[in-house]
Design a protein around this ligand. Structure first.
Ligand SMILES: [Zn+2]
Length: 441
């Protein structure tokens, strides 16, 4: 039997590899969004400028087939939330009911008597096993689906390489967090839900701090941007907004994806602005400035600190639900699953199940918190970059993977950024109300 399974996995990977390579070659995307987006006549600064007409003119630049494709991609994403949740739930229920979780715990206990190492050994087994069980869904969602919509640039080999690197990062960081949290639960059986939330947040802050220097470079090359045509306007915007950035960085995101993006990361002295190379290659100077203005908005409006406060409250509430939920579930099925209690590492699949149920229900609230911050950053970006047309161009480029014109309820539930249509309209309204900046009067 071991011989058989020993053969099956490499064979399966080989078949996947061939199919994936063939698929990747046929996915050159027709009818793409226009690469350079022009300012349509209706959006030019004239005395009869109308924000709604300008918005419609921008949206009309998107070919019907490109719109259909990005709508299909984004709407498919709604279903992916459900399939990810259901598939994950089946996997953890299997681990519990077949008592594989209890067996992994027993094996970890045999390996060592030192509790933190025991947690780490359990985590290692859990992560590798669940990664393999979820792999069919991962390869569909992150590889085939991304290629089908022309968003991925990697062939199967390098993609698989990145998956292995991510597994390594998860082993280390997840293992560290698991050791910390099980330590808290064992020492503070009544109040772990408060202290567990605090530890989780401190850990997240630590990860955010080290990520630009220690984690991102594992997957991508980050270099200092030297082109003065791009850098100088950005640095002068930074100075005008009291941001202490001395350099601008670029990241070779095109290794994995065609998506455009930028970000501001870190706190205080570790703060840096990073643009991805897709944005630098395809974005007009006005577009780049509008995007950077948006990112500066996140920084100046203290969105990182507000986000930390928000997540602290959310995680305390989450851990409180977990405290009750674990108690209730373990009383009923703990014996059947051979889980001794909350401090037993074998409880982990149950924790993951309860967290994903809560996370699933919580999606619209989380999206709304993020979307509100994104909207604030949009307004800040318009005011500081004064590039409404650049911002409209960026919204169209981002529309390659986001639905441009959702219904209001759809936007509330599923969108973590304002929709493309709303972003273009906000930019055109800003232009209408600041028309004198563009007419030279
Ligand atoms: Zn943003």
């Amino acid at each position: 039997m071991t011989l058989k399974t020993g053969w099956v996995i490499p064979l399966w990977l080989l078949v996947l590899f061939c199919v994936a390579s063939a698929l990747a070659q046929t996915s050159s995307a027709p009818d793409q969004m226009p690469s350079v987006i022009q300012v349509p006549p209706e959006a030019r600064a004239t005395t009869n400028f109308d924000a709604q007409a300008a918005t419609n003119a921008y949206l009309a630049q998107i070919p019907a087939s490109a719109k259909a494709r990005s709508d299909a991609y984004f709407e498919g994403g709604y279903w992916m939330i459900l399939w990810d949740f259901l598939y994950g739930a089946v996997v953890v229920l299997l681990l519990l009911n077949l008592r594989w979780s209890a067996r992994m715990r027993n094996l970890a206990e045999r390996a060592t008597r030192f509790k933190p190492v025991h947690t780490l050994v359990y985590w290692l087994q859990y992560l590798v096993l669940t990664t393999i069980l979820i792999f069919p869904l991962t390869v569909y969602e992150d590889y085939f689906r991304e290629h089908k919509y022309g968003l991925a640039t990697q062939t199967f080999g390098p993609w698989m390489g990145d998956q292995m690197k991510a597994l390594g990062v998860n082993l280390v960081l997840g293992g560290l967090l698991a050791m910390l949290l099980f330590g808290v639960v064992r020492r503070l059986p009544r109040t772990w839900w408060i202290w567990g939330a605090v530890v989780t947040n401190l850990f997240l802050i630590f990860v955010v701090l080290i990520a630009p220097v220690y984690i991102f470079p594992i997957f991508n090359k980050i270099t200092r941007l030297d082109d003065p045509k791009v850098v100088n306007p950005i640095l002068s915007m930074a100075r005008a907004n009291g941001i202490l950035a001395k350099d601008v960085y670029q990241i070779d995101a095109s290794r994995q994806t065609t998506r455009m993006s930028a970000n501001v990361s870190g706190f205080a002295n570790t703060m840096r602005i990073t643009l991805n190379d897709n944005l630098l290659r395809r974005g007009s100077p006005e577009e780049i400035q509008s995007v950077v203005g948006h990112e500066m908005g996140h920084y100046v409006l203290n969105h990182i600190y507000k986000g930390i406060m928000y997540y602290l409250i959310v995680t305390v509430a989450l851990f409180a639900c977990l405290y009750r939920g674990l108690d209730w579930t373990l009383q009923r099925w703990g014996e059947k699953w051979q889980i001794r209690g909350v401090g037993d590492t074998a409880v982990l699949p149950l924790v993951i199940l309860l967290v994903s149920v809560l996370g699933f229900v919580f999606t619209p609230i989380d999206n709304t918190f993020t979307r509100a911050q994104e909207n604030e950053a949009d307004m800040y970006g318009l005011n500081t970059s004064r590039q409404p047309d650049g911002f409209a161009q960026a919204a169209i480029h981002l529309g390659e993977y986001r639905k441009m014109s959702p219904g209001p309820l759809e936007e509330w539930v599923f969108f973590d950024h304002p929709s493309g249509r709303n972003r273009i309209y906000a930019a055109m309204r800003w232009k209408a109300e600041n028309l004198k900046l563009f007419t030279g009067q």
